[in-house]
Write a protein that binds this ligand. Structure first.
Ligand SMILES: [Zn+2]
Length: 212
C-alpha cells in the first residue's frame, strides 16, 4: 500500500472492528428508513476543517457539502455542472433540512487565492474562477480597512465570504420560500482552526460573536 493511504486502511480496520460495531444499529436504521439530517453544512475542502470532529456528530446528523472556500454560488441556470447547487437542492428539497450552516474558517487557502489572484502567476484556472464570485464584495470590504494589517484583512475576507454565501443562498427560490415560511434557517459560522474557537454571525449586530 502506498504511503499516505496506509493510514486510511489501518483506520478502516479499526473502524470496522470498533466504531462501526458500536454504531451499527444507528447505521442500519438510517439505511432502512433513509437519512434524515436536520442540518446541511457548507464547509471548505481544507483537510484541517472536519465538521464531524468539530461538532462531535454521528452518521446521519450532517449533510455535507464541501468545496474550495465553503462557497455557495448564486443561482445560475445555464447548462453547466453545478455540484454545490445540486447538493443544496437535494438537501433542501429532497431531505427537507431545517438548517443550512455556512462554515468559514481561518487560514483558508481558497480565500488567499482570491486575494492574491493578480500575483499568483496564473497557477490556478478553476480555483481562480470559482473564488472570483467573491471579488466585488471583498473589494468593498477591503476599501473600508485600508490601514489594517494583512492578518486582519484576510480574516475579514474569510468572514465576508460567509456572508456572500448566505446572500447567494437566498437567490435560490426554494431556499428563499422556505426561509420566509419559517421552515429553514440559514447560519453563518466561522472557525478559527488554530484556536479551535467557533464564532456565529449575529445579523442584528452585524458581526461574528464567539460561542461561549
Ligand atoms: Zn478553506
Amino acid at each position: 500500500m502506498a504511503a499516505g493511504v496506509d493510514k486510511l486502511i489501518e483506520g478502516y480496520r479499526r473502524f470496522r472492528a470498533g466504531a462501526f460495531q458500536d454504531s451499527k444499529p444507528l447505521i442500519q436504521d438510517l439505511v432502512a428508513r433513509g437519512q434524515r439530517p436536520q442540518v446541511a453544512v457548507v464547509a471548505c475542502s481544507d483537510s484541517r476543517v472536519e465538521p464531524a470532529t468539530l461538532f462531535q456528530t454521528d452518521p446521519g446528523d450532517l449533510f455535507m457539502i464541501r468545496n474550495v472556500a465553503n462557497l455557495v454560488p448564486p443561482l445560475e441556470e445555464q447548462g453547466k455542472f453545478h455540484g454545490t447547487s445540486a447538493a443544496l437542492e437535494f438537501a433542501v428539497k429532497g431531505l427537507g433540512v431545517k438548517h443550512v450552516v455556512v462554515l468559514g474558517h481561518a487560514h483558508c487557502g481558497g480565500i488567499k487565492a482570491m486575494m492574491t489572484a493578480d500575483t499568483d502567476g496564473g497557477q490556478f484556472t478553476f480555483v481562480t474562477h470559482w473564488v472570483s464570485m467573491l471579488a466585488a464584495a471583498h473589494r468593498r470590504v477591503l476599501a473600508t480597512m485600508s490601514g489594517a494589517d494583512e492578518e486582519t484583512r484576510t480574516r475579514a475576507c474569510e468572514q465576508n465570504a460567509v456572508l456572500v454565501s448566505l446572500e447567494n443562498l437566498t437567490t435560490f427560490p426554494w431556499v428563499r420560500e422556505r426561509v420566509e415560511a419559517g421552515e429553514l434557517q440559514l447560519h453563518g459560522w466561522y472557525i478559527d482552526i488554530a484556536e479551535g474557537r467557533l464564532s456565529v454571525y449575529d445579523g442584528a449586530q452585524g458581526k461574528f460573536e464567539p460561542v461561549g
